[in-house]
Design a protein. Structure first.
Length: 358
């Protein structure tokens, strides 16, 4: 299967390694920054892989069957639509887009063309998360009562200076959309997906040079009667502290923690005869960074979905649901009242000027 990567920034090494691990026919990489592209080509021994500045030229000449889009978030939609028009299946880095209408357009275009869309929420493939998800699907929690997602990370000015699009409403959003959306996706997925209402606060406490928020706090009312708590920030001193998810049901309690929900820290179920300490050891990982080991299994799932004709585990609709919940948080915080879901339309650009400093 012919594969190409568009975008050679911070997350691109994970895509390159996943593509190599998946034995794809890696034909091309593309980035408007040729220096960055050359650096990745050298570092990962991509000597025989062609380089392009213009992704449209790459699509015409290479005709890839699978493309990963790892550019700044604000460019995902336009690139995705061009790739779909060229009959490419897509892995799109999170968030899938920055507006509901763009997400809908991508999903509809893919259906018309008969291609697959995968939103790159790789933490769903963590061993810890897969184990907890199996307990959800098998009914071991009983009725879900509430869950909590905590993302307590650090990002300093140096991080934002590396790429001027970061923290802007047009190309990124704030900490909830960029750093926290993986765990927000997990909370929604685990708690039944359907959300009735969100009440939230967001603020900018430590990063006055950004357009968007550096802290967000939200209460979520799920359609099944359960509740969710979201706490996300990039203000933690002096470095990343943790990313955790808690799930509480009538008959079970589970917690995944560590730097990126890679470690099962609590495992208590009334209807299972499992050794909780053994479960913790077997289904925990210690990745070298916050991105974890999820990209390779995500790629494997997507390749199998293309070949078998099924939907990938994290399809376009899943990507839209994660995006929608973040946008609902933004909307509630900006308007000062609870917001009902589903959202018919909302975009990060609706919040331009939200944290302007005098």
């Amino acid at each position: 299967m012919k594969y190409a990567l568009i975008g050679c920034g911070r997350i691109s090494p994970n895509h390159i390694e996943a593509a190599k691990n998946s034995s794809l026919d890696f034909v091309a990489i593309c980035d408007i920054d040729s220096k960055m592209m050359n650096e990745k080509a050298t570092k990962f021994n991509l000597d025989n892989i062609r380089q392009y500045i213009d992704y449209r030229e790459m699509l015409r000449k290479e005709k890839p069957e699978l493309v990963a889009i790892a550019t700044e978030s604000g460019k995902h939609a336009a690139i995705a639509l061009d790739c779909i028009d060229a009959n490419c299946n897509l892995i799109i880095e999170k968030p899938i887009t920055l507006s509901i209408s763009d997400a809908d357009q991508i999903i509809e275009a893919a259906k018309k063309k008969g291609v697959k869309i995968c939103a790159n929420h790789q933490n769903r493939f963590n061993k810890s998360i897969q184990k907890i998800r199996s307990a959800v699907e098998d009914g071991h929690f009983g009725r879900m009562l509430h869950g909590a997602a905590h993302i307590r990370w650090n990002r300093e000015k140096e991080y934002y200076e590396q790429a001027p699009w970061r923290g802007t409403w047009a190309q990124d959003g704030g900490c909830l959309m960029n750093q926290c959306i993986h765990n927000i996706d997990l909370l929604r997925w685990m708690m039944g997906d359907e959300v009735d209402e969100v009440m939230a606060y967001t603020d900018q406490l430590k990063h006055p040079y950004l357009e968007a928020e550096d802290i967000g706090l939200a209460l979520v009312k799920f359609h099944n009667g359960a509740y969710g708590i979201i706490e996300g920030t990039t203000n933690v001193y002096p470095q990343n502290l943790e990313e955790t998810i808690y799930l509480f049901g009538e008959k079970g309690t589970a917690k995944a923690g560590g730097h990126s929900v890679n470690i099962i820290e609590e495992w208590h179920f009334g209807d299972e005869d499992n050794d909780s300490e053994q479960i913790k050891r077997q289904f925990s990982e210690d990745p070298p960074n916050i991105y974890g080991f999820g990209h390779t299994p995500l790629y494997a799932d997507m390749i199998d979905a293309i070949q078998s004709g099924r939907e990938p585990l994290v399809n376009g609709e899943a990507g839209k649901r994660a995006l929608e919940l973040v946008l609902a948080i933004y909307k509630s915080a900006a308007e000062g009242h609870p917001v009902k879901l589903p959202l018919k339309e909302c975009s990060t650009m609706d919040f331009l000027g939200r944290f302007e400093h005098e």
